[in-house]
Design a protein around this ligand. Structure first.
Ligand SMILES: [Zn+2]
Length: 342
């Protein structure tokens, strides 16, 4: 399988985030890339450097003021006396019905949902190359290969059209889906990350041409708390085109695969022309987030099951954090998925 990744994606190196109010080391570390790269190579992927696609495909999903913010906020932040080394917000509008702020601090609160997505001088370039990997994978699939893998890091599925959050800045899966729309009238996004894909849901919430389906740990007591519940079904013309399958904490392979079958019924009924898999590996039983209990062989079965949908498929890396099995879990998914194609 073709895989896409650029070295620049490793430069973003966030230092901190707050967990239950306590400062912790940020788990979205550059070292994730090494584990994922070796996992992809072990699965037989050839790694290609993506092209520079400019801002066109990104601006099809994100607002101009947001992209300008992500690109320039670090330099502006450095001019504030006594400011932190990384851009981290400390004030948010409780409702987004006020004025757009002019100041760096105000804009950080406006465009950043939480403290898990610190912005440094390397963030913009890493996020751009990450999304370009997703765009190249989408173009490979549009050129006729059955599937391609984008090693996207930083991840993307918590990023809304104009809000970063949860380690995410540019929504790679959403940009891939939008790129596929050039050829595919209907695109489905299947998000199997441990966490609900709230940004992806938000981007397509009012649209009937992109079906968003997410399996994740029940957000009743888990990030992202405000989204991911079963009654969120879309709005306006998009009503009925968003489908959430929250799972009880610590659900293991059998429960995950059972929920996946329910997701497949929705996807088949939608009859998409192409599929984006938002591939988080943090549903793993040994992941530091500890939300679900999927095993390494479980990821192989998940890959195998998704391949049976028999759709042109872009696989976009989302979460999955440092543990000994991170690379093995990617190998398991990709070989499970690819086994069907051989
Ligand atoms: Zn996640």
């Amino acid at each position: 399988m073709k895989a896409f990744y650029a070295e620049e994606q490793k430069r973003h190196d966030p230092k901190a985030f707050l967990s239950s109010g306590a400062a912790q080391p940020n788990p979205e570390k550059p070292e994730r890339v090494e584990r994922l790269l070796s996992g992809a190579k072990y699965a037989g992927c050839t790694i290609e450097r993506p092209r520079n696609h400019g801002l066109g495909p990104v601006a099809a999903v994100h607002t101009p003021e947001y992209l300008d913010f992500i690109e320039h906020i670090y330099a502006r932040w450095q001019r504030i006396e006594g400011a932190s080394a990384e851009v981290i917000p400390n004030i948010h509008p409780i409702a987004r019905n006020g004025s757009y702020p002019a100041s760096a601090v105000g804009q950080a609160g406006y465009h950043m949902a939480d403290t898990a997505c610190p912005i440094s001088g390397e963030t913009w370039q890493s996020a751009l190359w990450s999304v370009w990997s997703a765009v190249d994978a989408a173009e490979a699939v549009m050129s006729g290969v059955p599937a391609a893998y984008a090693l996207c890091r930083p991840p993307g599925h918590h990023a809304f059209a104009d809000v970063a959050g949860g380690f995410c800045f540019i929504n790679n899966s959403a940009v891939a889906a939008q790129a596929l729309r050039k050829q595919a009238a209907r695109v489905a996004i299947l998000d199997v990350d441990l966490h609900h894909g709230n940004g992806t849901q938000g981007i397509f919430y009012a649209r009937p041409d992109v079906l968003t389906v997410s399996l994740h740990a029940d957000p009743v007591r888990f990030y992202p708390f405000f989204w991911g519940h079963a009654d969120e079904r879309g709005e306006g013309p998009g009503l009925g085109y968003n489908f959430n399958l929250p799972l009880p904490r610590k659900s293991a392979d059998a429960a995950f695969l059972e929920a996946l079958e329910v997701a497949f019924q929705r996807i088949r009924a939608f009859s998409p022309d192409a599929l984006v898999v938002a591939l988080g590996l943090d549903a793993f039983e040994g992941d530091p987030f500890g939300g679900l209990s999927v095993t390494t062989p479980g990821f192989s079965r998940i890959g195998e099951a998704i391949a049976k949908l028999d759709l042109p498929t872009v696989i976009v890396q989302e979460g999955g954090y440092l543990c000994d099995e991170l690379g093995d879990n990617l190998t398991a998914f990709l070989t499970g998925f690819g086994g069907k194609m051989r």
